[in-house]
Design a protein around this ligand. Structure first.
Ligand SMILES: Cc1cc2nc3c(=O)[nH]c(=O)nc-3n(C[C@H](O)[C@H](O)[C@H](O)COP(=O)(O)OP(=O)(O)OC[C@H]3O[C@@H](n4cnc5c(N)ncnc54)[C@H](O)[C@@H]3O)c2cc1C
Length: 428
C-alpha cells in the first residue's frame, strides 16, 4: 500500500491485488465476536518517519488514531524507566539516571555502552550476535534480563543469541540517538486496518487506482515487453510489477522467471520466527497499571490494555515474540497459560469471558548477523520487490516495509518521469 500511495499521488495508474479478504497482511485488523482485534499488537516508534508521514497523508483521523507515549519501559515489579519531556539527549540521560530497579553500577555501564556506540557511529567492524555485543560491553545479567534481551526480541523478533547486532544498533541509533520524539512509542487506538491500509486504499481509489481484495496472483509471465498477471479472477498485462508478497511466498511466484533465480536463492536461505498473540476479554473493570507492561521472565513478553488504548474495556492482549516452548502448546493450553500468568502477576481476576489465540508462525524473517537481503530493484527490468525483508537498515517492521514500498514507487516515478502523464499501468 505504501508503493501504491506513492504512485497514485503522481498520478500513475496503479492496481493492487491482495490475496486476503482484507488489507494489511501481517499488520491487519481481525474481527472476533463483533470486536475488532489485530492479528498481533504492534508498536510503532517515533523513528518510523515514513510510516507516520504516510499515515498523515492518507488518514484524516491520524491525530486521534495513535497514542504517543514518551519512551517508557515498565518491567513488572523489576525495572522502570521513563523519559521525561526534555530535549535529546537529556531525556535519555534523565531516564537512565532515574531508572528504578537498576543499581548505580548497572546504570553507569549502560551509559558507557551508549556513549561507546555513539563514538563509533553505531557501526560495528563486523556483524555479530546481540548476545556477543552485550557481553563485549559488559552489560550485567540483570540489565540484559530486564532491558536488553526484551528490547532485542521486541525490535528484531529474534533471540539475542541469533540476532544481528548491527541491525539492533541501527534501531538504537534511530530511536535513542536522535530527537526525543524519535524515542516515543506509538500505539494504535484503532485496529491496524483502519490505521493505514484502509485509508490508503481510499486514497488510491480517489486518484483512479484500484484495490482488489480476495484476488490472489497465481501466475506471472513476461509478454510483449510487459507482465501478464493471472489472478483468481482473470488476467491482465501491466508495464511494471511491484511484488509485495511476504518473503516465504515470493519464490513460488517468481520461479518461472530465470532472471530472478538469484533472488529466489537468497530468499530460500531465510529462516522465520513466530509471534503469538493471546487476546483475553475480562469484565470492563480490569485494567493494567500502564497501557503496556513487560515481563522480564515467564511465558508472556508484553501485555497491552486495550481499554486504555481503544476504549475496549477489560480486553487485554498478550504477546509472545520469537521461538520458544510455547510453540508446542495447543491454543487452548496457551490461552490457559496466559490467563494463569496474568493472575500470577496482577492478582486474582474475574472470570474470563472469552479468549482468542492468533499464531503467526512466520511473523518475521529471523534477523541474523550478516543476512543477505534482496534489493528492491531486481535484475529483471520493471520488476521490483517490496516488503520488510528487502535490503535495508531495519529488521522486519512496518517501517522497513513502508520504506521499501516507497522506494519501489519512487524508482518507477524516476525511471518513467518523462512519461509521467502517459497512461501507465503498474501493479502491486
Ligand atoms: C504478530 C505480529 C506482530 C508484529 N509486531 C510488530 C510491531 O510491533 N512493530 C512493527 O513495526 N512490526 C511488527 N510486526 C511486523 C510487521 O507486521 C511486518 O513487518 C509488516 O506488516 C510486513 O509488511 P509487508 O508488506 O512486508 O508484508 P505483509 O504484511 O506480509 O504483506 C504481504 C501481503 O501479500 C499478500 N499476498 C500473499 N500472496 C499473495 C498473492 N499471491 N497475490 C496477492 N497478494 C498476496 C498477503 O495476503 C499480504 O497481505 C509484527 C508482525 C506480526 C505478525
Amino acid at each position: 500500500m505504501a508503493a501504491a500511495v506513492t504512485l497514485a499521488g503522481q498520478p500513475i495508474d496503479v492496481t493492487v491485488f491482495e490475496a486476503g479478504k482484507q488489507l494489511g497482511g501481517r499488520a491487519r485488523g481481525v474481527e472476533h465476536r463483533g470486536v475488532m482485534l489485530d492479528n498481533g499488537l504492534h508498536i510503532l516508534s517515533g523513528a518510523y518517519r515514513q510510516t507516520l508521514r504516510l499515515i498523515r497523508t492518507v488518514n484524516p483521523q491520524h491525530a486521534s488514531a495513535l497514542l504517543r507515549l514518551p519512551l517508557a519501559w515498565h518491567m513488572h515489579d523489576e525495572f522502570h524507566l521513563t523519559a521525561p519531556r526534555l530535549p535529546a539527549p537529556l531525556h535519555l540521560l534523565a531516564a537512565l539516571i532515574g531508572a528504578r530497579g537498576a543499581s548505580l553500577a548497572d546504570r553507569l555501564a549502560m551509559l558507557r555502552f551508549l556513549a561507546a556506540l555513539k563514538r563509533d557511529g553505531y557501526r560495528l567492524p563486523a556483524d555479530c550476535s546481540v548476545e556477543a555485543l552485550l557481553q563485549q560491553y559488559r552489560q550485567s545479567e540483570f540489565m540484559q534480563g530486564v532491558f536488553w534481551r526484551p528490547l532485542c526480541v521486541a525490535a528484531l523478533n529474534t533471540p539475542p543469541a541469533q540476532a544481528s547486532a548491527q541491525i539492533f544498533l541501527n534501531v538504537l541509533r534511530d530511536t535513542m540517538n536522535a530527537s526525543r520524539a524519535a524515542s516515543d512509542l506509538l500505539l494504535s487506538r484503532v485496529d491496524l486496518g483502519a490505521l493505514f491500509p484502509e485509508p490508503a486504499a481510499a486514497y488510491v481509489q480517489e486518484r483512479g487506482g484500484s484495490v482488489k481484495t480476495g484476488n490472489r496472483v497465481t501466475k506471472l509471465s513476461i509478454e510483449d515487453g510487459g507482465f501478464r498477471l493471472t489472478t483468481l479472477q482473470g488476467e491482465a498485462i501491466f508495464s511494471h510489477v511491484i511484488c509485495a508478497l511476504p518473503p516465504h511466498q515470493v519464490g513460488a511466484l517468481i520461479d518461472p522467471l530465470p532472471a530472478l533465480s538469484g533472488v529466489a536463492q537468497t530468499l530460500a536461505g531465510f529462516d522465520y520466527q513466530p509471534i503469538y498473540s493471546v487476546w483475553l476479554q475480562y469484565a470492563a473493570a480490569v485494567t493494567l497499571p500502564t497501557p503496556m507492561l513487560g515481563f522480564a521472565e515467564g511465558p508472556l513478553h508484553w501485555l497491552f490494555d486495550r481499554g486504555a488504548l481503544c476504549g475496549q474495556h477489560g480486553l487485554l492482549g498478550a504477546v509472545i515474540s520469537a521461538e520458544g516452548a510455547h510453540q508446542h502448546l495447543t491454543q487452548e493450553a496457551l490461552g490457559a497459560l496466559a490467563h494463569a500468568e496474568i493472575e500470577r502477576r496482577l492478582g486474582r481476576l474475574p472470570k474470563l469471558s472469552w479468549l482468542r489465540v492468533i499464531a503467526e508462525k512466520r511473523a518475521t524473517f529471523a534477523c541474523t548477523p550478516g543476512l543477505q537481503r534482496p534489493a528492491c530493484v531486481t535484475p529483471l527490468d520493471k520488476f521490483q520487490l517490496a516488503g520488510d525483508y528487502t535490503a535495508g537498515d531495519y529488521p522486519a517492521t512496518i517501517e522497513a516495509a513502508v520504506r521499501s514500498g516507497i522506494a519501489c514507487g519512487e524508482h518507477i516515478i524516476a525511471t518513467t518521469g518523462h512519461e509521467r502523464h502517459q497512461p501507465h499501468r503498474t501493479t502491486a
